[in-house]
Design a protein around this ligand. Structure first.
Ligand code: ATP
Ligand code: MG
Length: 392
């Protein structure tokens, strides 16, 4: 019976003169996400609101699910719209609406009418009172509560008349694309997909880079990362995933550097390469799934060491999260089951028994000089063999 949705947005409502940019971005993202749904939709802005109107048949559940992946939407209100054929017809329709939406009618309600066109013969207050009366007559078990009604029945008089009362929560945040673009270091673990989700939620478009080390890491490990990118892309839109072959760099570091510093030095090269691609593709920052103290390479000292090789800001949205909190988000966004598949990513292949937890940056730098002979060439080759996978 619902034929449209009123889209509520919270934060983007307060952006002053730039508001239309945010609204346009939101409309764009909604269009993009509904392309994958059955049915045709007309999406339009009207007087500070966004409406999604189905043109013919559509799948209600599927449409709502897709809308729940569009950042910037705080609430999704299913709407019934009716032609304006006089007040009596409207009353009939409202009665039927209540019957269908609330089979259990022992509830309190309040009518909230708005006239978007002033030529309607009744004023809002009058509509509230008259409709209220009709409802009470039809359903004596219902009561009016103007302060905390169970049902806030909205009746909007426009070209057509919109009736709605339910709000399904949206994901919140800001429309993707309003906040620039960043490069996510995406591994097959639990953390980095969540980190990407969190930054994208602030309106940032996401590209990603994955370092693999064939044959030490398998095709399935790589496929897992592509799968994770695909799940995240339900929120972010298409993700340009750069797959970098890291094997030779990793082996070279393994050969030339102390093993307890392996992870840190490897991470430094990942950051350098990620930053290089980021700068070339217009990204304004890097994103990692790091969280203080989670592993040796994520102590504050280790973070100094991995941070110092980059000029771009490194966003670490999980920095203060416990593992359990990260797991909860990953379950919510649907990446958890994929993340826990047991394929090693390249970081875990060459880990030392006792990695340094307090690396000294000066010493790390000195040991990196052991790589001087070949490392530039190896990095260059890694960049040249960058394999781009567009995940959608
Ligand atoms: P995750 O669960 O995200 O894999 P982790 O707990 O395994 O994280 P590390 O392996 O120390 O932590 O990696 C820290 C961060 O470095 C990751 O969150 C990710 O952003 C990045 N990273 C690690 N390995 C890779 C890789 N193979 N490719 C791309 N990024 C990586
Ligand atoms: Mg990892």
């Amino acid at each position: 019976m619902f034929t449209a949705f009123l889209i509520k947005y919270a934060e983007i409502g307060i952006k002053g003169r730039n508001r239309y940019l945010f609204e346009d971005a939101l409309v764009h993202q909604i269009k993009f996400s509904l392309k994958k749904c059955e049915g045709d939709f007309l999406i339009h802005k009207s007087q500070g609101r966004i409406y999604v109107e189905a043109q013919g048949d559509f799948d209600f559940e599927e449409t709502v699910e897709h809308l729940q992946h569009v950042f910037g939407i705080s609430g999704i209100c299913p709407v019934v719209y009716v032609e304006d054929e006089g007040f009596e017809k409207l009353c009939d329709r409202v009665i039927r609406y209540l019957e269908e939406v609330y089979p259990q009618r022992n509830k309190t309600f309040k009518v909230h009418a708005r006239r978007a066109r002033k030529d309607y013969p009744k004023e809002s207050m009058e509509i509230n009172a008259d409709l209220g009366e009709v409802i009470l007559k039809a359903y004596p078990e219902m009561r009016v509560d103007v302060h905390e009604p169970d049902i806030l029945l909205n009746v909007e008089i426009r070209e057509k008349i919109y009736i709605y009362s339910e709000t399904i929560p949206g994901p919140g945040g800001m429309p993707v694309g309003t906040g620039g673009k960043a490069m996510l270091l995406l591994s097959g673990g639990i953390d980095s997909p969540v980190a990407g989700y969190m930054i994208a939620k602030r309106g940032v478009k996401i590209d990603a880079v994955y370092f693999h080390a064939p044959p030490y890491t398998s095709d399935r490990a790589r496929q897992k990362v592509v799968d994770l990118a695909r799940i995240v892309s339900r929120y972010t839109g298409p993700i340009y995933l750069h797959v970098i072959n890291f094997t030779d760099i990793q082996l070279y570091i393994y050969e030339k550097c102390p093993h307890e510093e392996l992870t840190i030095i490897m991470r430094r090269y990942m950051m350098r390469i990620a930053e290089h691609i980021a700068k070339e593709t217009g990204c304004l920052g890097l994103i990692t799934g790091e969280s203080i103290g989670q592993v040796a390479s994520q102590t504050m000292n280790s973070l100094i060491a991995t941070n110092e090789v980059c000029e771009l800001p490194v966003y670490r949205p999980l920095i203060g999260f416990d593992k359990q909190e990260i797991v909860e988000v990953s379950e919510k966004i649907g990446t958890f089951e994929t993340s826990i598949q047991p394929f090693e990513d390249c970081c875990t292949i060459f880990v030392a028994k006792h990695p340094v937890t307090k690396p000294n940056v000066n010493i790390i730098r000195r040991h990196e000089h052991n790589l001087d002979e070949k490392i530039d060439e190896l990095v260059k080759t890694a960049l040249e063999t960058d394999e781009l996978v567009i995940v959608d």
